[in-house]
Design a protein around this ligand. Structure first.
Ligand code: PLP
Length: 406
């Protein structure tokens, strides 16, 4: 009989957002008259900037002309996009990343998991608790997580970096040696971000221990605080210990278009092997890249006009985040994040279990939030709210919360 992939079989339950989706659909089907508002799933809602759609429309027309047709693109992504990223996202901000170090992908989710293929199965992986569930799930799929402990909700072989309110939800350096470390800043789900000093501690730790940091910067466009670095490469020494994962999803509204990129520095080597060469080899075999049309759209997002248009959308979401933070605080709730990120991490009243509070909000005022426990046991007693809704819905959501809490 065919043997199934036991690492995949090992994964318990549904992907978090599929589970929320099922529950919300079931509720809507039973209550068609009710308008449900979602501050749950982290999808953007603002339309794409015009400069992006124009570039994609032009690229689509080009594809229909004899001289403009593009077939398979380069494995690593078109150089026009890699150059645009190197300029707009790094050089213009005083960070040197060369286009050769950038790999275009269909999004950071793909790369967050796939990047693990660079490393041996025996590596110990450190992951924040709570964290974006893809880090844990893909570590399980790669056979690096060990067994699931039902009692604690933890995986036996992962090194948990528990994030608490007392330490501002920033992970602390572990006592055990970690080989691979997923860090996300600004963080999904807690909405907090590393300042330079705290991130430098991790870079130093990684260089001292030969570890590699997988730095997820999917939300860098939301950073407003001057002390928060937008790239890990702003920290001295990061070039020898960090891979950066980035996305156009939340920065440019590409959740449905699909484009992201991964930076692997030339200087990043282990055992004399260059990780950039290894990744290039892996990509050449496993990926045929991202469409020409998409890459032209992403390039437009990197131009000065594109950056200006994106800022309007980001500012819209930031206004929601500010309103949420103020409104939640007025309601007497403890809310974290929401300054350098589109997420607010909110303690439930009396630390009510997060799925219970989720159900109470869905079945009461018809409000969808994300239960913190879905991000790991450290998320119990919290919910995550996003600033990606319309401004009207954000304000309405606050009103509905007030109903439940009063
Ligand atoms: N990384 C984090 C922390 C995220 O929250 C998300 C999406 O929600 C992603 C990566 C995935 O981004 P993409 O749409 O580029 O796959």
């Amino acid at each position: 009989m065919v043997k199934l992939n036991s690492d995949l079989v090992n994964l318990s339950g549904n992907y978090l957002f599929s589970e929320i989706g099922h529950r919300v659909q079931a509720y809507k089907a039973a209550h068609p008259e009710k308008r449900v508002i979602s501050l749950g799933i982290g999808d953007v809602t603002r339309p794409l900037p015009p400069v992006v759609t124009e570039a994609m429309a032009k690229a689509a027309r080009e594809m229909g002309e004899p001289g403009g047709f593009h077939g398979y693109g380069p494995d690593q992504g078109y150089s026009f996009l890699r150059q645009a990223i190197a300029q707009a996202h790094y050089r213009d901000r005083g960070v040197e990343v060369s286009p050769e170090e950038i790999f275009i992908s269909d999004g950071a989710k793909t790369d967050c998991g796939a990047i693990g293929e660079l490393f041996g199965r025996e590596n110990r992986v450190a992951i924040c608790n709570p964290a974006y569930s893809v880090y844990v799930d893909t570590s399980v799929m790669a056979g690096r997580a060990g067994g699931y402990d039902e009692k604690t909700g933890r995986w036996t072989d992962l090194i948990p970096l528990d994030c608490h309110a007392e330490t501002g939800f920033l992970p602390q350096i572990p006592s055990q040696k970690a080989d691979l470390i997923y860090l996300c800043s600004p963080c999904n789900p807690t909405g907090v971000a590393f300042d330079r000093e705290n991130l430098a501690k991790w870079v130093d730790y990684a260089n001292e221990n030969g570890s590699i940091i997988l730095f997820d910067g999917a939300y860098e466009a939301f950073i407003t605080s001057p002390e928060v670095p937008r790239s890990i490469y702003e920290i001295p020494g990061a070039g020898t210990c960090a891979i950066e994962l980035r996305s156009f999803s939340k920065t440019a509204g590409f959740t449905g278009v699909r484009c992201g990129y991964t930076v692997i520095p030339q200087a990043l080597k282990r055992g004399g092997v260059s990780l950039i060469d290894l990744w290039r080899r892996r990509q050449a075999t496993k990926s045929n890249g991202v469409s020409y049309i998409t890459q032209r759209g992403a390039e437009a997002a990197c131009t000065p006009l594109g950056q200006a248009q994106l800022k309007t959308n980001i500012a819209y979401y930031q206004r929601n985040a500010t309103a949420l933070k103020a409104g939640l605080t007025d309601l007497g709730l403890r809310a974290y994040g929401g300054v350098d990120a589109p997420y607010l991490w909110v303690e439930t009243p009396h630390r009510t279990p997060s799925w219970d509070f989720f159900t109470r909000l869905l079945e009461g005022p018809g409000l969808v939030v994300t239960p913190g426990a879905g991000f790991g046991p450290g998320g119990e007693g919290y919910i995550r709210l996003t600033a990606f809704g319309s401004h009207e819905d954000t304000l309405e959501a606050l009103e509905r919360l007030k109903e439940v809490l009063s």
